[in-house]
Design a protein around this ligand. Structure first.
Ligand SMILES: C[S@@+](CC[C@H](N)C(=O)[O-])C[C@H]1O[C@@H](n2cnc3c(N)ncnc32)[C@H](O)[C@@H]1O
Length: 264
């Protein structure tokens, strides 16, 4: 069978079949258009058919390829973690803006031998996409702590942090919201909390499309009966963890409400 026949006869949207075929061929998508008449070996067709049958069961392409793009970086993903969404990139950009707006650490007096540490806490880190993007974008003096309640999500985050060369810079902690920090007695230590916690209600979850509901972890999607329970708890706990002037930047469905509260 030729490349063009596979593309023309696929029930999948063109973008999807092109991604899957170029994946099994280990070539760029441009290769498909440059070589439409190339005959495909039976072994390639076999491998493609396996991927197509997974996609037919609504498995997201990112899990099939074990890869998702976020903030210009490739992240390993599998069913242990939520697939990073493009809209979450805005949260990373906002966090970088907040860091850049911080008051000068030397208060205009020249070199300060004891600068305050700038500390960011990522709550619900999942694949580590937010924490790792921040570590790659900010100076290495910035301390980053990434918390998740799911030990298996943290395995993925740890792998991604190592692949991106920031394994030493991110302190990955298993725990519930900010409890691990309060337990350590490290009070009022954070300049910034970033968070994309689950915010879908139990009711809304039932209506989600199969790609999401049947494959992505429920623990990464549902925030409680109304969806907002985890954020309510996070805001209460944050008061003990944020330094004066600290901020929480978080993601919420725009249809619910979105703002960034300040604790001073
Ligand atoms: C919506 S996913 C976000 C993952 C990633 N930060 C992103 O933006 O793609 C939410 C994450 O929060 C974690 N989580 C759920 N409940 C939690 C809790 N009580 N404390 C800490 N993490 C929690 C889930 O395991 C999941 O990895």
């Amino acid at each position: 069978m030729k490349i063009k026949e596979i593309l023309q006869n696929s029930p999948l949207p063109q973008a999807e079949i092109q991604i899957l075929l170029s994946h099994v061929l280990e070539k760029d998508r441009s290769f498909l258009f440059a070589n439409p008449d190339q005959n495909l070996a039976p072994e390639i067709i076999n491998r493609l058919n396996k991927l197509l049958s997974r996609r037919a069961k609504n498995e997201p392409i990112q899990y099939i390829l074990k890869s998702a793009k976020f903030y210009g970086l490739d992240f390993y993903v599998d069913k242990r973690v939520l697939i990073p969404r493009p809209e979450t990139e805005e949260l990373v950009s906002e966090a970088i803006k907040h860091f850049l707006q911080k008051p000068s650490r030397d208060h205009g007096k020249g070199f300060n031998p004891f600068p305050d540490t700038y500390r960011i806490i990522d709550v619900g880190t999942g694949s580590g996409n937010i924490a790792i993007s921040l570590a790659k974008s900010l100076p290495k003096e910035v301390e980053i702590v990434a918390i998740d309640i799911s030990p298996s999500a943290l395995e993925v985050a740890s792998y991604n942090a190592r692949v991106h060369g920031v394994g030493e810079r991110i302190n990955l902690i298993q725990g519930n919201l900010l409890h691990p920090l309060r337990k350590n007695g490290s009070k009022a230590s954070a300049n910034l909390i970033v968070s994309n916690l689950p915010y879908i209600s139990e009711h809304f979850y039932l209506a989600l499309e199969a790609d999401i509901k049947d494959h992505e972890p429920k623990l990464a999607l549902v925030g409680g009966p109304t969806g907002l329970e985890l954020y309510h708890r996070l805001f209460l706990e944050a008061k003990d963890v944020l330094k004066p002037g600290g901020k929480i930047i978080y993601e919420l469905d725009g249809r619910i409400k979105s703002h960034t509260p300040r604790f001073t």
